[in-house]
Design a protein around this ligand. Structure first.
Ligand code: ADP
Length: 542
């Protein structure tokens, strides 16, 4: 009898437990009951208190009849209730649906119906949108208001405040870990720039694993103080909602991106880690000097969600931040790849090193694989830094699928790989570099123009603060690059200056034909809304 066949070498309760991020909180409260778990303004909650509040939330939900498989939606900035929702809702066996607070009422009403939201926890700040969404919704959820003292104004819409709702629960009530790690734990809607958004379903196993990866790669320890500059609704805060707790670090809540407040909180609480889209880095780098503070301790910042131009990385380093760059999507629980820094990069010039760091990198250990392939044949493109293919992923940290949408799920998983829709090259050292989203690539005279490459050149212009490049229809070339540029405060430049600068730094067919100045439209997660710019470019076409 071989080692594989011995009947007693079996899976059982002693050697196999469903993976769930709920175990992180229980353990943190046992190991460090008195340690600061969560800070919000002047309020501090220890891990013992955080666990108690989450247990109360679970109990209160259960007592209202919310349980196994029910959806609880939360519309809130990064406040304690949003973090507690990440544990308390799962403890009740229910599924957390963290809403993107920049969505419009119609989309939110769609989500309430599609997700079959039973209960909604909502912050006063968003009551105008939620009121309208509730009026549109066919079935109204129970509404609980977050009455945050750090926000003034906004109407209460529900029958109960969040704190009063917690008081209806008993922390001594029984609750259970999920008995199956494949059970859904959260539901995140993609932004849906075309058509209705899709509901991405996460399971406990994936949430556990991606959080462990976060801890590993961001160097979180029990001394970590994590500032919530990334919205918790975005892929559950790239799973840091669970990761910081796994490390027994401290969560510092933050209602809005305000550079002066961010610098002040870094100083006051000794913040060691924060995350954000490149736009957040840019806001910090371009904050007025009166808002900036000298960092007196090491601070790591993870960026991702969009390609960070190398100048943005360089600016943050100048301020004293250590920057790391990750890549992922909602469907991969956030972080899936990381631009791992190699030791010999330290000897490179700042420009060379930040150019390498702007690549999306390679898979993290919690991912089974990332490839760049021909989307139909699934054959790998050569690692020559030139051939473009689609990034496909395979992992325990890829979503279960899209809620009530088998066709989209099958399409996304075609050939046994998750298709990201991102176009990239693979360099000789194995690192993957995104060139565009499939829909953003510009095809001029039959040649592919990567909008990211043109943007990278624009960001090097000393007057440019932000840049986005999209396709503009052109009779002769099919499409031409059109640049949208926001200048730094007080800086000046003409379209001719910008074009001349690009001509000196790019192949001529990649040079923008038109340059439009002004603020750039962005999504709640800081991504530039290229579809709006594409429409504008089209309307401006000669
Ligand atoms: P949305 O689809 O609403 O933008 P996601 O967070 O799911 O929300 O977006 C994932 C997409 O963001 C990826 O498919 C990719 O196009 C882009 N993205 C994420 N991280 C990076 C990165 N580091 N560099 C470039 N693009 C990125």
């Amino acid at each position: 009898m071989g080692i594989y066949d011995e009947p007693h070498l079996q899976r059982g309760p002693a050697n196999h437990a469903p993976l769930t991020p709920l175990s992180f909180l229980v353990r943190a409260a046992a190991v460090y009951p008195d340690k600061p778990a969560m800070i919000h303004g002047e309020r501090l909650f220890t891990y013992a208190e955080l666990l108690e509040r989450c247990r109360r939330l679970a109990s209160a939900l259960r007592r209202r009849g919310i349980g196994q498989g029910d959806t609880v939606s939360v519309m809130a900035p990064n406040v304690p209730a949003m973090l507690e929702a990440h544990y308390g809702i799962s403890m009740a066996g229910a599924v957390l649906n963290a809403l993107n607070y920049r969505l419009d009422a119609k989309t939110i009403a769609f989500i309430f119906g599609h997700a079959e939201t039973k209960l909604l926890i909502t912050d006063r700040e968003f009551s105008p949108t939620i009121k309208e969404a509730l009026a549109l919704a066919a079935r109204k959820p129970i509404v609980v208001d977050i009455d945050d003292p750090l926000f003034e104004g906004g109407e209460k819409l529900g029958e109960l405040d969040y704190e009063a709702f917690l008081a209806t629960g008993d922390p001594a009530d029984e609750w259970a870990m999920p008995d199956d790690e494949w059970q859904a734990c959260s539901l995140n809607y993609t932004s849906g720039t075309t058509g209705n958004p899709k509901g991405v379903v996460y399971h406990h196993r994936g949430a556990f694993l991606n959080a462990v990866g976060d801890v590993m790669y961001f160097g979180l320890s029990s001394h970590a103080v994590y500032l919530w500059t990334l919205p918790m609704f975005h892929c559950n805060g790239w799973c840091y909602t669970w990761a910081v707790t796994a490390a027994c670090g401290t969560h510092v809540c933050l209602r809005r991106i305000d550079p002066a407040l961010i610098f002040a909180l870094i100083e006051r609480h000794g913040v060691t880690h924060l995350c954000g889209a490149p736009i957040v880095l840019n806001l910090l780098a371009h904050a007025p000097d009166s808002a900036k503070r000298r960092l007196d301790h090491p601070v790591k910042m993870m960026t991702g969600g969009a390609a960070p131009p190398s100048t943005i990385i360089a600016n943050m380093e100048r301020l004293g931040f250590t920057v790391a760059h990750g890549y992922g999507l909602t469907e991969s629980y956030g972080p899936a790849m990381l631009c791992f820094e190699q030791d010999d990069w330290a000897a490179l010039s700042l420009a060379e090193r930040t150019a390498l760091m702007a690549r999306q990198g390679m898979e993290v250990a919690t991912l089974a694989g990332a490839r760049v392939v021909d989307p139909v044949s699934l054959r790998d493109v050569p690692a020559d830094g030139a051939a473009i293919g689609e990034i496909v992923l395979r992992a325990n940290t890829v979503m279960k699928g899209y809620l009530k949408n088998s066709a989209a799920t099958e399409e996304a998983f075609a050939g046994g790989w998750f298709h990201t829709g991102d176009l990239a090259v693979r360099h000789a050292n194995g690192y993957i570099e995104i060139k565009d989203r499939a829909k953003d690539i510009i095809i001029s005279g039959g040649e592919n123009v990567s909008s990211l490459e043109v943007e990278e050149a624009l960001y090097k212009h000393p007057a440019v603060m932000e840049a986005a490049v999209v396709a503009q229809p052109d009779d002769k070339w099919g499409e031409c690059p059109c640049a949208f540029v926001a200048l730094k405060p007080g800086a000046t430049a003409t379209a001719d200056d910008i074009v001349a600068f690009c001509r000196a730094n790019l192949a001529h067919f990649k040079v923008p034909r038109a340059v439009v100045f002004g603020a750039l439209p962005k999504t709640s997660t800081g991504k530039i809304q290229k579809y709006l710019l594409r429409e504008q470019a089209k309307s401006l076409a000669p």
